[in-house]
Design a protein around this ligand. Structure first.
Ligand SMILES: Cc1cc2nc3c(=O)[nH]c(=O)nc-3n(C[C@H](O)[C@H](O)[C@H](O)COP(=O)(O)O)c2cc1C
Length: 130
């Protein structure tokens, strides 16, 4: 899912109190990020949906919010996963589940950048087999 106004490196500079993300972090009303699309082709054919996002200030990066709010997860198993430097999943999955209002949301998993692609693939396969 791509924000209509993509984030530049400067936008993402969380050390700069005046950067785009910092302003969005400080003011929740700025976190309603328009996306180029929130629809997925053949959405109804999927029983399991993985939703991945980076952790920003302990929660899911908010550009994912409108994707979650605008889709119907009824009858689907939803598996969140996150990338982060040091944080855990925290409440990120629960918050997204509340936005979605539907679907069976599993706990999911946080990955550090040191994670191998093989491990990530194995984890995804084991979640689908559950
Ligand atoms: C605005 C912003 C806030 C972040 N906050 C956190 C945080 O609270 N905890 C953490 O472990 N990592 C944090 N990070 C690091 C990102 O989670 C990390 O860069 C990302 O998961 C790696 O994915 P990427 O390569 O797409 O950036 C933050 C990064 C940005 C840009």
């Amino acid at each position: 899912m791509i924000p209509t106004q993509i984030y530049s490196n400067e936008d993402l500079d969380w050390r700069d109190h005046d950067s785009r993300v910092s302003r969005e972090h400080d003011n929740e009303s700025l976190r309603n990020i328009p996306l180029t699309t929130t629809t997925v082709e053949n959405w109804n054919s999927y029983k399991t949906v993985f939703i991945g996002y980076p952790i920003w200030w302990g929660i899911a990066a908010w550009p994912i919010d409108n994707f979650v709010k605008n889709n119907n997860f009824s009858g689907k198993t939803v598996i969140p996963f996150a990338t982060a430097i040091s944080s855990d999943m925290g409440d990120s999955g629960k918050i997204l589940r509340d936005y979605a209002k539907s679907g069976k949301w599993l706990k999911g998993k946080r990955f550090y950048s040191s994670e191998s692609v093989e491990n990530a693939k194995d984890w995804a396969a084991s979640e689908v087999r559950r």
